[in-house]
Write a protein that binds this ligand. Sequence first.
Ligand SMILES: *[C@@H]1O[C@H](CO)[C@@H](O)[C@H](O)[C@H]1NC(C)=O
Ligand SMILES: *[C@@H]1O[C@H](CO)[C@@H](O)[C@H](O)[C@H]1NC(C)=O
Ligand SMILES: *[C@@H]1O[C@H](CO)[C@@H](O)[C@H](O)[C@H]1NC(C)=O
Length: 668
Amino acid sequence: MSLLTSFSLALLLALLTNVANARLISKFGNCPELNNYYINRAVNLVGPYGLNSHNAYTRSRSPQGQPGDPGTPGGPADLPLRRPFAEPQRVAGGNLTEADRDTSFDDSEDNGLVAGVDFSTTNVQVTGVDEPDIIKTDGRRVFTVSGNTFSVVQVLEGGKTGRRVGQLKLPTAPRDMLIQGDFLLALGDVSSYRRPVHLRYKTDPSYGEEATVVYQIHVRGGTPRLVSTLYLEGRYIKSREVDGVVRLVLRFNPLSSIWLYYPTRGVQPSQTKKWNREIIQYSRPGNWLPTYRLQRNGREQFGVYATCNDIYHSQNVFAGFNLLTVVTLPIAGFLEPSSSASIMSDAKTVYATKKSMFVTTSERRFDDVPTNSARWGSNYQTAIHHFALSDAGASYVASGAVTGSVINQFAMHEMHDTFFIATTDGATWWSRRDLSRSKVTAFLPNRDTRQLVKIGEVGNLGVGERIFSVRYIGETAYVVTFRQVDPLYIIDLSNPRAMRVTGELKIPGFSSYLHPVGAGRLLGVGQEATLTGRTTGAKVSLFDVSDKTNPRELSAWKLSGSYSDAQWDHRAFLYWRRERVAVMPVNVYSSSQRFTGAIVLNVSESTITERGRVTHNTTGLNWWDWWSRSIKRNAIIGKEYLWSMSNTLLQVNNLNKLNEVEAQVPIA
Ligand SMILES: *[C@@H]1O[C@H](CO)[C@@H](O)[C@H](O)[C@H]1NC(C)=O
Ligand SMILES: *[C@@H]1O[C@H](CO)[C@@H](O)[C@H](O)[C@H]1NC(C)=O
Ligand SMILES: *[C@@H]1O[C@H](CO)[C@@H](O)[C@H](O)[C@H]1NC(C)=O
């Protein structure tokens, strides 16, 4: 008896030691391993109504649907559909040939104009890492997307005016674009995607699925041409571009292509549960993998963009069925998704430098379903996945977790291999956020164990408040928290193992976007608020942060009853250093003085003054047309021309005569 006990104890200890030494995150070795992993999880979770209760959305159908509906067999009686096993290939089929790979359109010329000097670019977080947007320019041309209209506007007279020289109606409305030379990628979502036939379930829905679409456009002279269209199964989360190479972050839910049953009159839950389990048990490896279709010259190629042995997963935590993938694509090259890195995870917020990408998501644990509501509180976790970027593609490095939630990409920073992340306790929807504290945590990747290892933390920021904005500048973090007043904290990161708060400033209102404007100066875009925390209108503050122990607000611009898109989308903000002006859209919602347009601010060493306002001829318009003339983005071309973009127009104003309109160019 006691021999047996001590034997089991020894065995248990051996097991535990093994677990501790083993890599917690590993790849699937082959397709059967991947297939079994998914099937075992899904079979245990599936119920009479499918898998919907576990955040793993599946579509359901009634077993008594319309006769003739391809998905209405009256139960999976006709399921003997195990197709012959074949490893799903990256390029599985289609008829694109070598000739279709040719992308040499040899007319890209250097126009001699310099970004930041002759024209402005998208306001990005990290210098040299471009972010997609609805307007892009190279100083010679302005490209816009509005709805599904892509426009090419030629810049004339050094930026004073412009003329639309080309347009392309795309099949769907893209979200945003990236540019290199004469090539652009317009990126968006579609809901009509069909998996390649050999990778479908027999019980596939007959209508489409969610996918990402990438339109590759080449502009020769003024004329745009759609070169290729790439569909990637899964949701488009975010993208980044460095030197013409795009990294696309996608989240694929393999269950969205399965139809399961729900009970209805005459069909008991026990029956549909049995059928649903059978359907899942019939899965083949290809059913779990994300597919793509690449169309070019009227021909097509298709395959999977992640293969069975590319995919990482956590061994101790089941993170759900979703697959997070970083796909690498050349803007001007052949759009085959030949390189990708994947981990089983959801995906939400993306931060990237030239060599790293970090993707965070709220941690979902499926092994302790039903979820305990206490988990939304102080135990709430954010998972972090770290990828390394190289010419060869992205590769998975490590994962970690931190308590709290992340506000946006600006909450993250990488410096000499150390990763920093600012979080506030609890999920964003936690009802007791009045108990929250915020902190900055530092991690180093351990490439052997594939873990992000916590090396330091500075906490207890803004007790009872939550983070509204973060900006890292070199070895310093600026963190704004808010509930009733706005503390701006300055944190010294120079020793990540001993980070410390060096200074703090409390003022009314909050900044939800912070922008560096020269040495020791920081601009905050946000809202003014009363002493009890009620917001009253847009506010831009100029902070002196040159003394890290004593930040000061030097000057502020305010407009009551207004807000700016720049409060939640940094791409709507423009800072033009040569003229020291900040430009952002502003809408006044108070009924007495309706205004929609852009505000131009002079930013000096010590003051902010309003230089003028720009609006797109909104007189006499009804509400909808008025709204469509609200300014979304601003750009500078030449020395003095401000180009503002609404849904329907590009308008040019001279920075020195803002009340006069130089030109208007329709773009929709
Ligand atoms: C290429 O294949 C697609 C689908 O497989 C087909 O519709 C198309 O007709 C083919 N095109 C040519 C030129 O063979
Ligand atoms: C803003 O700056 C410009 C250029 O320095 C100057 O001409 C203009 O008077 C300034 N406007 C205000 C309102 O300070
Ligand atoms: C502004 O709109 C009005 C009414 O639609 C129109 O008559 C006028 O010509 C427009 N002005 C400019 C500068 O486009």
